[in-house]
Design a binder for this molecule. Structure first.
Ligand code: X8Z
Ligand code: ZN
Length: 621
């Protein structure tokens, strides 16, 4: 079949759709063939690459220089990209009855799943949606809490400042102030968010999904129902660990804060865990450390003592990847990344990694303050960057993580190798703590890794309920706190009402970033880590392994990253780990010594695990 024939076919399809579907077609399209499907896909990928790159550039400028113009330019680029993607999804249906080669079939599926923000065909409604999306993201980015009131704007704190202070403050009053103050950014988003949900759902329905949440859950090489069941299975595997940790931490917080921490129902007040969302608790390690624990190190304190620059923090991450055999980051990475908060403009500080041209123009955007969390986050973000670089030669639609949980797990699986031995090797500490520090160090890690699990699960449980219509706008906040209570055993610091919109104070809600990926990543990262430890020839207890410097581990990782999204993820997982299921056994193995210890501690203190779910989840006391 000649190429001329193929292009004539596409012109006809494009015309019929543009004119309002087949009924008004003036030329009858040629019957679809495998060759025309391939040509269609080639053109689709070329168009999407071009539009996506323009979209990324607009969005980069927007998020590093937020104002009304950059918001609108981003909305306009997203509008173009979504419109074209929607059109391609419609056109691809013409090939549904063909017996297509596996790669084209997979690309058609990925095309259909590619929109995190599906939007209506109607141009006016789509434009409204992309503008609401931009404005929600900008509202979060510009968010500030001004402790002394608006009179002193210099005293206003961005989320990066607040996170740093919440990590260190041990004054419950100050913590409660910051907690309440930051949540004021959420309230004004409520109406825009409900409109956002409505319009995005319409878009999802128009491309064949029940709602946007169902579209998100369809992205895992299984049905949305199977995916929900998988998450439940995983949660059942790890819930006992969380319950033990929760009970232990609760007791130690009560010992520290007294009545400020103690509640009859056994829940923990949300502001006392060293993190704005109580999602990771590692920053309160000093409060909950075993009484006889030897002094260990605080990476953030060391970095500050040494006056480590933001660039050097990123270089630590880069050199870990290089030790595994990965390439140097391109010069443009250093020239174009934003790694500290600029003084003169509004930016989105929430950390992100960018694949601007889906080739070598990779960047980071974050506001480094040199804390322990920053050190870990840099490894996390570079995981995204090295994924981008590794799959850049694949066809456009395969340039993605095996699934989004893989993307989130790569850097974290390296960060698990930040052991005392590793820190000594790179000269950040001089002496390795004694063996009696093993368990305390494991507790420190659990405070971040295990505490996160219920949080990672509930964010999208909330959003799926919102998108499906099970939760109505009038109950947004109540449903949010009901899940916080049920899964995390966390209670609000002060009474909440439906005048508040606390989901809006968590980045991924206004930014519309799906969140189940982070829950999955918490589990995958231990599978990846165990596989790389084995590849490195390590045979000791899992929690003491560092595969730093292992080319064998690096080769395994590279192979997985280079496969991108070209195959169903279980195949890619198998390539890496020999396992074809997501499974928490590596995580459980890693924390086994700690679980035994926590059970003992809770039993000795007569501490019952769990909490009582109340009638009104928005009530503080
Ligand atoms: O958003 C992130 C990354 C960017 S992909 C910094 N994370 C989640 C969060 O901060 O809520 C990493 C852990 C969970
Ligand atoms: Zn990430």
């Amino acid at each position: 079949m000649s190429s001329l024939h193929r292009s004539a076919f596409f012109a006809a399809v494009a015309f019929t759709l543009a004119a309002g579907f087949y009924a008004v077609a003036q030329t009858k399209p040629a019957a679809p063939t495998v060759a025309s499907a391939r040509a269609f896909m080639n053109k689709a990928e070329a168009d999407l690459l071009k539009l996506s790159t323009l979209g990324q550039r607009a969005e980069w400028v927007d998020e590093t220089y937020i104002n009304d113009d950059t918001d609108l330019l981003t909305a306009a680029e997203n509008d173009r990209l979504i419109a074209r993607t929607t059109e391609l999804v419609d056109q691809a249906k013409a090939f549904a009855s063909l017996d297509l080669p596996a790669d084209i079939k997979r690309k058609i599926l990925l095309l259909k799943l590619s929109l995190t923000l599906p939007a209506p065909h109607n141009a006016k409604l789509r434009e409204e949606l992309t503008q609401v999306a931009s404005s929600l993201n900008a509202s979060y980015g510009k968010g500030k809490y001004c402790p002394d009131g608006a009179a002193k704007p210099d005293a206003c704190l961005g989320i990066d400042d607040l996170e740093e202070r919440m990590a260190k403050s041990r004054d419950p009053k100050e913590l409660a102030d910051m907690w309440t103050g930051w949540r004021k950014v959420g309230a004004p988003m409520r109406d825009r968010y409900s409109r956002f949900v409505q319009l995005s759902n319409q878009g999802a329905r128009e491309i064949g999904f029940a709602d946007t949440g169902t579209l998100w859950r369809a992205g895992y090489d299984m049905t949305p129902e199977q995916f929900s069941a998988e998450l439940e299975r995983l949660w059942t595997q790890v819930e006992p660990l969380y319950k033990e940790l929760h009970a232990y931490v609760r007791r130690r917080l009560i010992a520290k804060y007294g009545a400020d921490a103690g509640r009859k129902d056994g829940m923990i007040p949300a502001h006392l865990l060293g993190n704005m969302w109580a999602q990771e608790w590692g920053n309160v390690y000093d409060i909950v450390a075993p009484p006889a624990a030897p002094a260990t190190y605080d990476i953030g304190d060391i970095l500050k003592e040494r006056k480590t620059t933001a660039r050097q923090v990123v270089e630590y991450g880069e050199s870990f990847f290089r030790s595994l055999g990965f390439e140097k980051l391109p010069d443009t990475f250093w020239q174009r990344s934003m790694i500290t908060r600029p003084a003169d403009r509004e930016v989105v500080c929430h950390a992100s990694a960018w694949d601007v041209d889906f080739d070598q123009d990779v960047r980071l955007k974050l506001c480094i303050h040199g804390t322990t969390d920053d050190f870990i986050t840099v490894h996390h973000e570079l995981g995204h960057v090295y994924y981008y670089l590794q799959y850049r030669n694949l066809p456009f639609l395969f340039r993605n993580g095996a699934n989004d949980g893989f993307h989130e797990a790569i850097g974290d699986s390296l960060a698990l190798s930040i052991t005392p031995e590793y820190l000594k090797q790179i000269g950040l500490i001089q002496t390795i703590p004694p063996a009696s520090a093993d368990l305390p160090i494991l507790l420190r890690t659990a405070l971040d890794k295990i505490a996160f699990l219920p949080f990672g699960l509930l964010i999208d449980k909330w959003r799926w309920e919102v998108f499906s219509g099970q939760v109505k706008p009038a109950d947004y906040n109540k449903a949010w706190w009901a899940l916080r209570e049920k899964y995390q055993g966390i209670a609000p610091t002060v009474d909440r009402t439906e005048a508040d919109f606390d989901p809006g104070a968590k980045y991924h809600i206004p930014a519309n970033t799906p969140y189940a990926r982070y829950f999955l990543a918490r589990i995958y990262q231990f599978q990846f880590y165990r596989a790389m430890c084995r590849a490195a020839g390590y045979t000791g207890p899992l929690n003491r392994c560092s595969f730093y410097g292992s080319k064998a581990a690096g080769d395994k990782l590279k192979a997985m990253l280079a496969a991108g999204q070209s195959r169903p993820w279980p195949e890619t997982l198998k390539l890496m780990t020999g396992e074809d299921r997501v499974d928490a056994s590596a995580m459980v193995e890693y924390f086994q010594p700690l679980l035994t210890w926590l059970r003992q501690q809770n039993a000795e203190a007569n501490e019952k695990t769990g909490w009582t779910v109340g009638a009104d989840p928005m009530k503080a006391h």
